[in-house]
Design a protein around this ligand. Structure first.
Ligand SMILES: Cc1ncc(COP(=O)(O)O)c(C=O)c1O
Length: 404
């Protein structure tokens, strides 16, 4: 049997397409910060991670265009070689200061930042500890390292403590967690986690992908939200969400960042993020800092949608952030709900295994500071209509409260 034979036997995607509920790789023809045109029709976008709505901000757009004109469109080389521009250095300095760390290192994506950091740090004989709901990039990064991987049940800090206690004395340890869990919208219990890490002398890495620009008085993320920025050893973040660009970063102690700079394979053996993307992230960071009112608008929209979905009778789990999962059940049910929302002009995502357990498929909604009051109302009205038509709610639906 050839290794390629399984490809011919894979029919799931085609089967789902035949049912008219295939949700992936939909070509988008044009976008605004809050809408996407698909097959000529504009949909309200609540399926992106454009938390601050900066993808179309004039200052950010202008910075990306200026950088493309000055440096060209591609970096055509590794950070290690010809792929480091003054822009990369500037962004590293700015991000280190923003996260309150000594140094930072910019990668081509957040995913590659995880691979680079965990792959380089967790060597043979070391132990890495991951929350079961951590993002795939942390899991893959841990796999790249040669150490032993331990998964603890989601949020089970006591379970983590037991695993740490069983680790041989003197072994290298690292705990890595999402700050905001990307499929739940919940915030890690950082104070408890940090206390356990300290007790067991395990450095802590926090992935701030969904918290940067969202949490903390300065928008610096979960660590800042809890006032624990100084105590978290490594901060990881992506530019692909609030910073409206593409790229990733790790921030921490100068010697650690210097080691990573010279040992991270996903930094060295790939081209650096292109000039326009770096300039875009720099400009977006400026806007994030000088327009804190965007964060307020994001939270206002988040509260209105979360309250509205609950009032309809939908289950949105334990979310505490602009990531709002609407729990549906089985895969096909989730796809049917997704399709009904899509046909009614709302762009969401069905989240199915392996991203979540088989019986807790969900529609993932994520809010932006740029959503207007009218768009929020349309989203809630559409959910209410679809929930009624597909009998997702047992009781007659409640009135959506005051936001209308
Ligand atoms: C929690 C988390 N970490 C890391 C990443 C990877 O970021 P990037 O899109 O920059 O590769 C993502 C993106 O989906 C994420 O949700």
């Amino acid at each position: 049997m050839s290794i390629l034979d399984k490809c011919g036997q894979y029919t799931y995607a085609d089967d789902v397409k035949a049912m008219g509920i295939y949700p992936y790789f939909t070509p988008i023809q044009e976008t605004t910060a809050t809408e996407a045109r698909i097959d000529g029709e504009w949909k309200i976008m609540v399926g992106s991670n454009n938390y601050l709505g900066l993808t179309h901000h004039p200052f950010v757009l202008e910075a990306t265009q200026r950088a493309a004109r000055r440096y060209g469109v591609g970096s055509t080389g590794s950070r290690f070689l010809n792929g480091t521009l003054d822009l990369h250095d500037e962004l590293e300095m700015r991000l280190a200061a923003f996260f309150g760390k000594e140094a930072a290192l910019v990668f081509t994506t957040g995913y590659q930042a995880s691979l680079g950091v965990l792959g380089a740090l967790v060597g043979r004989g070391d132990h890495v500890f991951l929350d079961r709901f951590d993002h795939a990039s942390l899991v893959d990064g841990a796999r790249l390292g040669m150490g032993e991987i331990h998964r603890y049940a989601h949020g089970d800090v006591d379970g983590l403590a037991r695993q740490l206690a069983r680790t041989p004395a003197g072994a290298g340890k690292l705990v890595a967690t999402d700050g905001v869990f990307s499929m739940e919208g919940s915030i890690v219990d950082l104070p408890r986690l940090l206390a356990v890490c300290k007790e067991h002398h395990a450095p802590l890495l926090v992935d701030e992908a969904h918290a940067l620009g969202v949490l903390g008085p300065d928008g610096a993320g979960t660590a800042s939200h809890f006032g624990l920025g100084e105590q978290v050893d490594l901060i990881l973040a992506t530019f692909s969400k609030s910073l409206a660009s593409i790229g990733g970063v790790v921030a921490g102690r100068r010697d650690v960042v210097n080691y990573l700079r010279h040992h991270s394979r996903s930094l060295i053996f790939t081209a650096s993020p292109p000039p326009a993307s770096v300039a875009g992230a720099l400009a977006a960071l400026d806007v994030l800092i000088r327009e804190p009112e965007r964060r307020e608008r994001l939270w206002d929209n988040t509260r209105r949608v979360a309250d509205g979905l609950r009032a309809i009778g939908l289950d949105i789990g334990q979310t505490q952030t602009p990531v709002i999962p609407v729990l549906i059940g089985e895969t096909i049910q989730a796809a049917i709900v997704w399709r009904a929302l899509f046909d009614n002009g709302i762009f969401t995502h069905p989240i199915v295994p392996p991203a979540v357990p088989a019986n807790s498929c969900r529609i993932r909604v994520s809010m932006s500071a740029e959503h207007s009051r009218e768009q929020v109302d349309r989203v809630l009205e559409t959910f209410e209509k679809v929930a009624r038509e597909l009998s997702l709610v047992a009781e007659p639906t409640a009135q959506i409260p005051s936001m209308r």
